[in-house]
Design a protein around this ligand. Structure first.
Ligand SMILES: [Cu+2]
Length: 267
């Protein structure tokens, strides 16, 4: 019985490793300039965790195979010094592993979070709220007008709370329900939430950033492939969470210019 159990453990461990090795449920192809080191880090983490998992399962199976038979008359031996040594060894091993993965990933992390966007990056504001995203482009003046939360009104389609009668900078702002960006242009995304925690996730872009209520967060990225991608909220934010999404369209500069003009005419 114990031998069947040991073999079953090995079979399950190998079967569960197959889809990971074959990248069956892997991320969609990367369309960003910063994604490659992230993908490499992901592969390294999976390889390292996967090998440790397999080694642990094989070791477990060997011990079950060898020691499960009762041996009458034989006394159970104690591990010299008790379990303390093993616990310390495991602690150091896992600690080193986690720290090493962090050190390897530091460069990729720093290039996104610790490096400011270039001064000519295109600013776009995104607001998350139950259960939609809205985007704002600053218009020809390049300035975002101030936000007045008391003016937010779904009925008047004033999603951001803009005062276009009094705020000069708001007059040419363009508010959209879909996001479009020009290809190969750095985007500086300015993020805030209207109500509670949400998330901005575009798997193809390798961008995944939470919205935190009360915080103005920002992220910068460059998309290098034309296409239409889904933006999804990954924070369970209420009953409509399953339907909270928008689309990101990466266009040529000419297509983007005419798209923005069309959106400006709709305001
Ligand atoms: Cu949400």
């Amino acid at each position: 019985m114990a031998k069947i159990f040991a073999v079953t453990i090995i079979v399950i461990a190998i079967l569960s490793a197959i889809p990971i090795v074959r990248h069956t449920w892997w991320l969609p192809p990367d369309v960003s300039t910063h994604g490659q080191p992230i993908d490499e880090q992901m592969s390294e983490t999976m390889a390292e965790a996967g090998l440790s998992f397999l080694a642990a399962q094989i070791l477990l199976a060997i011990f079950i195979w060898k020691y499960s038979k009762p041996r009458p008359g034989e006394k159970i031996k104690n591990f010299p010094g008790g379990a303390m040594g093993l616990v310390i060894a495991a602690f150091l091993l896992v600690g080193t592993e986690v720290l090493a993965l962090g050190a390897f990933g530091a460069k990729a992390w720093a290039s996104i979070y610790l490096t400011p966007p270039s001064p000519d990056a295109m600013p776009i504001q995104v607001q998350a709220g139950q259960f939609a995203f809205y985007f704002r482009y600053p218009g020809p003046d390049g300035k975002f007008g101030p936000l007045h939360p008391d003016l937010i009104s779904e009925a008047n389609e004033n999603f951001f709370g803009l005062d276009t009668t009094h705020d000069a900078a708001s007059k040419d702002d363009i508010v959209t329900a879909e996001m479009a960006i020009p290809v190969n242009r750095e985007i500086h995304l300015l993020m805030h939430s209207k109500d509670l925690g949400h998330s901005f996730y575009v798997p193809e872009l390798r961008v995944h950033q939470d919205f935190v209520p009360g915080l103005d967060l920002s992220i910068h990225f460059t998309a290098n492939k034309i296409g239409k991608y889904e933006i999804v909220c990954t924070q369970l934010c209420g009953l409509g969470h399953y339907n909270m999404k928008a689309y990101l369209e990466v266009m040529s500069q000419e297509d983007f210019d005419s798209w923005l003009k069309r959106q400006a005419a709709l305001q």
